[in-house]
Design a protein around this ligand. Structure first.
Ligand SMILES: [Zn+2]
Length: 291
């Protein structure tokens, strides 16, 4: 096993090679510069390999500690444009920092079989994982209790120009972890645990590192609601990610219109009502699915 720094002269990129056949895994931290959880978790993992408390038994592991390292220094989401919206060959040749960085990240994604992209949320939220239905078996083994599926289905595939979307577009498997909200100190641990599970699942590291989650809560994307006025009011005060609404209960009002749930629904990523203007996304509706 050896560790290469600044792999292919790509900053903040490390490759750990077992020199044995196996899966090629990539872990990305700080795609958004104000989300340090993935960075901290990746540093910890790197240290584990450096001091040999962890051994890579099979395949190759690429660790990008800080994807948007310039935004990270400023503790901002991005410099010129959201890095996680420009992961597409269509943007090659454009001059902004994130376009240049996207090109480097795509080189790394092209060499990888499986991606775990480590994020966190600005709004209050428990940790959750984005997965697609076909790779749920992997998602269930990452130690994250809340799993949302079907995200890619409501968008045109062509506008999914994020790390995960790029992998899916190239026939590969990828997951995005939202490790909890900014005030959650358990952030880094959530990323670290999921990363160990991810590597164990594919036999890159010993199976003893697996820490499965006991209880799973899975939801499938049902619909998205777009505001038709500037005055949206939620029925619940301080609405939170993953709040549930029973059938026929009022979720919000939008001008004169009252939105009621036609079945038991889960609200994911609600926009704060003071920030909602006409044509903005209000929230996504998800249905609970069986494990
Ligand atoms: Zn993010």
């Amino acid at each position: 096993m050896n560790i290469i720094e600044n792999y292919k002269n790509i900053p903040f990129t490390y490759v750990i090679d077992s020199w044995k056949p196996g899966k090629n895994i990539i872990l990305i931290g700080a795609t958004h510069g104000n989300e340090p959880s993935g960075y901290l978790s990746n540093l910890q993992l790197l240290e584990d390999f450096q001091n040999k408390s962890l051994t890579l038994n099979e395949g190759k592991l690429i660790i990008v500690t800080k994807a948007n390292y310039k935004a990270f220094e400023k503790n901002e989401r991005c410099i010129d444009i959201d890095l996680n919206r420009v992961i597409s060959k269509d943007f090659i040749g454009k001059k902004w920092f994130e376009y240049e960085r996207a090109k480097e990240i795509m080189t790394l994604l092209d060499e990888s079989d499986y991606l775990l992209d480590l994020h966190s949320t600005s709004g209050k939220s428990e940790p959750f994982l984005f997965s697609e239905e076909y790779c749920l078996d992997i998602a269930k083994n990452l130690g994250v209790s809340d799993i949302v599926v079907g995200w890619a289905d409501i968008w045109e595939k062509s506008i999914l120009t994020d790390n995960e979307g790029y992998m899916h577009a190239n026939g590969k498997t990828a997951f995005t972890l939202e490790a909890g909200s900014h005030d959650n100190k358990a952030w880094k641990e959530v990323c670290y645990k999921a990363s160990l599970n991810f590597l164990s699942y594919f036999n890159n590291i010993d199976k003893k590192y697996i820490q499965k989650s006991e209880k799973l809560f899975m939801v499938k994307l049902n619909d998205v609601y777009i505001a038709q006025s500037d005055t949206v009011k939620y029925s619940k005060k301080n609405i939170e990610n993953f709040d549930t609404f029973d059938k026929n209960s009022e979720i919000f009002s939008d001008g004169d219109f009252v939105m009621k749930s036609d079945k038991d629904l889960v609200v994911v990523m609600p926009t704060l009502e003071e920030n909602i203007k006409k044509w903005d996304e209000v929230c996504f509706f998800w249905e609970k699915i069986e494990q």
